[in-house]
Design a protein. Structure first.
Length: 494
């Protein structure tokens, strides 16, 4: 963890100097637009596998400009530094082609954005903000607002931009979750699902087990796997977040969506029995961890399941994009349609069926000399064009419910798109944006200690502090619209 923080700080120092130099040469307003029709084609090759997305769109392109300094260049901060970079590079390439604006992507690696947050906040506090940056909707965005020199005035309110690109009309649930006191300070570009688990079908068959539907079923399957000498569960201890994600899914299974959202807002009593039950189940489940769990990151954990070294892995559906791009000969299927040739099964985490635990990547725009370009980039990225380019490659799904599921290259993404539309409950993942940054860091570090030591007293103390801090840091803020706070049901009305 310290190594990651050090890398983040080093990157920040270098980037601040670069950004300062670039800002001095940039114009402050985009060129006059004209409307054109264009065919957008994105091709990415990962491990020799080509993925092509072709779409005909009507877009706004720049008019003629007489500037002698060349096309403007803007900066975009992101933590998409692994395979996800191919998806964002496709978006950036098409944006530059259509608008003549270069985007300098600064990628700070680290699971769930652990290092990127440090770098971005340092730049904002130094008065050298990027044109735009990646952020999860919800409390994570409020964390930036609190840290920025001018608070909420440091960021562009993009509610009107969301209306212009049809996002509020076609993705009301996501717009609901991404609104803070009725205002959208970032535009969502995708939807991921955090309450998923993947299984190696061949290992399930080997031990004579079916896909678990309850947590007790999952424990029973792990017992069978252990008896057969097979590690049941592999988690990414190296980047930590899948540990916390596993705990939160157990808590969601036993506590339900309403208590889950109470945790997010810090209004859940710290002695609630569901916290104890989820923690005991977590310790029971992690007895069956693969022995090298602490040194494996999430991509390595996915690889272990694909290669038959472990039975199951808890993660989000970004694992789908990883498998699709890196393991083209592996056949993925869903629990609703297990085919004879299936290698990997994706299913809702046991006990959370019908619930969609949202992870929403979004783009925020700081107020500054590049903000007009930043808004243009955010609108393109979050609009139907950008989302249609980005999501099939990334392994996520578009927020727009009227975009055809046929754009997705995998059956799992198509299934996820339908699950998103049919969900009975939407909650917001605690691990991926549902907690304030300081609370998230503490829980992330302490869940590793819990896994290593089984010290429940320390964990319960950490959770109690987390709840109190969450409640304090909301401080008048809420997710949702006036008189309609985001509370874990699947209906948004403004």
């Amino acid at each position: 963890m310290r190594t990651g923080l050090l890398v983040g700080v080093i990157v920040v120092v270098v980037v601040i100097a670069i950004v300062a130099a670039i800002l001095a040469t940039r114009p402050s307003a985009p060129p006059s637009p004209t409307t054109v029709t264009s065919v957008v084609t994105s091709v990415t090759t990962v491990s020799g596998t080509a993925t092509t997305v072709v779409q005909t769109v009507t877009v706004t392109a720049p008019g003629t400009t007489t500037t002698t300094t060349g096309p403007p260049t803007i900066t975009f901060y992101t933590w998409w530094a692994g395979l996800e970079r191919f998806a964002i590079d496709a978006v950036i390439g098409n944006f530059t082609k259509l608008y003549g604006i270069r985007v300098e992507k600064t990628a700070v690696p680290g699971g769930a954005g652990v290092n990127a947050k440090i770098a971005i906040l340092t730049l904002i506090q130094a008065g050298k903000p990027p044109a735009a940056f990646q952020v999860h909707c919800g409390p994570e965005m409020i964390s930036y607002i609190y840290a920025a020199p001018n608070g909420v005035e440091s960021f562009v309110n993009m509610t009107s931009a969301a209306q212009q690109i049809g996002l509020i009309q076609q993705a009301p649930g996501v717009a609901w979750a991404c609104s803070l006191n009725g205002g959208m300070f970032s535009l969502p570009v995708d939807v991921h699902r955090a309450n998923l688990i993947m299984y190696n079908k061949h290992l399930l068959d080997k031990i004579g087990a079916s896909v678990p539907t309850t947590v007790q079923d999952l424990l029973a399957v792990c017992q069978k796997a252990a008896a057969a000498g097979i590690p049941c569960l592999v988690l990414g201890g190296a980047d930590q977040f899948t540990l916390l994600q596993t705990w939160e899914n157990l808590f969601l299974a036993v506590g339900g969506p309403y208590k889950f959202m109470q945790f997010l807002y810090g209004t859940l009593p710290p002695n609630d029995p569901s916290i104890v039950e989820a923690t005991q189940l977590y310790l029971n489940l992690t007895k069956y961890l693969s022995p090298d769990w602490s040194s494996v990151d999430w991509t390595g954990a996915v690889a272990d399941v694909v290669q038959g070294k472990a039975l199951a892995h808890v993660d989000g559906d970004w694992a789908v994009g990883l498998i699709h791009n890196v393991y083209p000969n592996v056949t993925m299927c869903t629990v609703d349609n297990i085919t004879p040739n299936c290698d990997i099964i994706f299913a809702p985490f046991p006990g959370t069926q019908g619930i969609y635990s949202l992870v929403i990547d979004s783009v925020a725009v700081p107020v500054g000399p590049e903000e007009s370009y930043g808004v243009l980039f955010a609108k393109f990225f979050a609009g139907p064009q950008g989302q249609t380019i980005f999501n099939p490659i990334k392994g996520s799904i578009a927020t727009y419910k009227n975009i055809s599921t046929s754009i997705y290259p995998t059956a799992v993404q198509q299934w996820e798109a339908q699950q998103y539309r049919d969900a009975r409950f939407y909650v917001y993942s605690l691990t991926h944006g549902g907690l304030f940054s300081d609370v998230w860091q503490n829980l992330l570090q302490q869940v590793v200690v819990l896994t290593q030591t089984g010290n429940t007293n320390l964990w319960y103390s950490t959770v109690a502090k987390a709840l109190a801090t969450e409640r304090q840091e909301w401080n008048g803020w809420y997710m949702g619209f006036p008189n309609n706070k985001f509370w874990g049901n699947a209906t948004a009305t403004s």
